[in-house]
Design a protein around this ligand. Structure first.
Ligand SMILES: Cc1cc2nc3c(=O)[nH]c(=O)nc-3n(C[C@H](O)[C@H](O)[C@H](O)COP(=O)(O)OP(=O)(O)OC[C@H]3O[C@@H](n4cnc5c(N)ncnc54)[C@H](O)[C@@H]3O)c2cc1C
Length: 473
């Protein structure tokens, strides 16, 4: 019998499994194989989605962006690896202090501050080889432009590889190619085991005293709810997303050569992140890192996306798709990943109608943007346009802001907090009131921050696993 079962081997599960095994515990990990689509239909079936609780939720064609299998979604990622800034951990108290309680709405502080993660961030950075990529002509151009604006540009840190699975080598973690379906509790309420189904449809139960759920936001919430683990209605609440935006600029005939590097190569500015600027009268809190990145080869999807918001005035009356295909070498882009404020209406629960191929309810998402999301976006997009202008863009355009509940960065549903009355897990991911159950991943984040989550996911998972390893002694 294993000491611990880890559910899911994305970055969170890999880091947790490795630490537990290195501490001498017997670790078994459940991770289904992906189909050629990259997805595992029992682990990540497409959810249903609606914008309001009184609407019918419609089945989506695909789950949120990502990959199933060992290594998880990070294998698709730019591998940008940021520490979350201090303000993001104290978003509520900082907002109350500067702008008053009314501005803080449903914000929550984390039960830890950035300094609590310093050591774990350093370990992740060492283990995954985090460092900036070499500058390119495009990042140099944007670096100089930001400096001329009086901003403080810096190169984006990135992991050496998007594949974190080599960290498992030699650890002895046993991998079973199966999907966890239920976390079982014993008579005292403590974890007793995990039910699973494998790729042949064969079901089984693994008895264990501890389970680390590391399945990413929707699958984690769904597994907990299917296991009857609701935390008095808190599981599934406070769903958040990075509603990523882009602003494009036309550099009139200059070949920017953005295709010569991947999006890990980027230059960033933090002037408009968190509370680094006065929000008085702006109607929103928070912000975003702004980044100018390389693209790699321009895919059809990327070319099509660059047409959104492009006016006939810019194209000289040429059809947008034709114009972008002719001019894409001269298109520079700035993108942001804005904070989102938690809202009581944005939740995940179980769909009452739609089922996965094994007959279990899929996740139902209720998600919409609010006015502050639009105001934050517009303000940040103006700053992005200003940056592109300073770099020599002839003109800029922006795609309309889209809600991204199926985007690349989801958060919430298993909120972390010190008080069991208002949260699901503590800062070590320990589920309040269920001994032996630990949740890791961005489902536990009380706020998004204005930058990518993966290094914080890994640092928190490492810290949680080290604590669980001690708890199990
Ligand atoms: C295109 C793209 C680009 C990105 N770029 C960046 C970036 O540059 N920087 C950044 O910080 N973040 C980035 N991200 C986000 C980052 O990849 C994720 O935040 C990260 O992978 C989440 O890690 P995780 O381990 O929590 O979940 P995942 O990586 O999603 O892994 C979860 C694993 O759990 C498995 N699983 C699910 N349910 C079950 C179950 N019931 N039983 C067993 N296994 C299960 C899944 O199959 C999967 O393998 C990007 C994401 C995408 C999609």
């Amino acid at each position: 019998m294993p000491d611990v079962v880890v559910v899911g081997l994305g970055p969170a599960g890999v880091v947790a499994a490795r630490e537990l095994a290195r501490a001498g515990h017997r670790v078994l990990a459940l991770q289904p194989d992906a189909q050629p689509s990259g997805r595992a239909p029992l682990a990540a079936p497409p959810p249903t989605l609606r914008t309001r609780p009184d609407e019918e939720a419609l089945l989506q064609p695909a789950p949120p962006a990502g990959l199933d299998g060992v290594g998880g979604s990070k294998r698709l990622a730019a591998a940008q690896a940021y520490r979350l800034e201090e303000w993001s951990f104290r978003m509520r108290s900082e907002t109350v202090q500067r702008y008053g309680a009314a501005a803080a709405a449903d914000l929550a502080d984390w039960p830890i501050v950035a300094a609590d993660l310093d050591m774990w961030y350093a370990r992740v950075e060492d283990a995954t080889g985090v460092a900036p990529r070499a500058p390119t002509p495009w990042t140099d151009r944007m670096h100089s432009a930001a400096a001329r604006l009086g901003w403080h540009p810096f190169p984006a840190p990135a992991a050496a590889s998007p594949d974190i699975s080599p960290l498992l080598a030699g650890t002895g973690v046993e991998i079973v190619r199966a999907t966890a379906t239920v976390v079982q509790q014993g008579p005292t309420g403590a974890v007793a085991g995990v039910e699973y189904v494998d790729g042949d449809g064969i079901t089984g139960v693994i008895a264990c005293g501890a389970v680390v759920v590391a399945a990413s936001v929707l699958p984690t919430v769904r597994l907990l709810l299917l296991s009857g683990l609701t935390a008095a209605g808190h599981v599934g609440r406070w769903l958040l997303s990075h509603n990523t935006f882009v602003v494009h600029g036309d550099f009139a005939g200059i070949d920017l050569r953005r295709r010569d590097g991947g999006p890990a190569s980027a230059v960033a500015v933090a002037e408009f992140e968190g509370d680094r600027f006065d929000h008085t009268g702006l109607g929103f809190v928070g912000g975003s890192l702004l980044q100018a990145a390389m693209t790699g080869p321009w895919s059809t999807a990327r070319l099509d996306a660059a047409t959104a918001g492009l006016s006939r005035r810019t194209t000289g009356n040429v059809d947008a798709a034709t114009w972008v295909r002719a001019h894409h070498r001269s298109i520079g882009t700035v993108w942001g990943q804005p904070d989102q404020v938690p809202r009581a209406d944005n939740i995940v629960d179980l769909d009452p109608v739609h089922r996965d191929p094994a007959g279990r309810p899929v996740a139902r998402m209720t998600f919409s943007l609010a006015d502050d999301d639009r105001r934050r976006w517009w303000f940040l997009a103006d700053r992005a346009a200003e940056w592109l202008d300073a770099a020599g863009a002839r003109t800029t355009w922006r795609a309309p802001l889209q809600p991204q509940p199926l985007g690349t960065h989801l958060y919430g549903g298993v909120r972390m907090g010190a008080d069991p009355a208002t949260s699901v897990v503590d800062s070590y991911g320990r589920f309040h009131g269920v001994p032996g159950l630990v949740v890791v991943g961005s489902s536990t984040f009380p706020s998004t921050g204005g930058r990518g989550p993966v290094e914080t996911i890994e640092a928190l998972a490492w810290r949680a696993a080290a604590r669980l390893a001690d708890d199990l002694r």
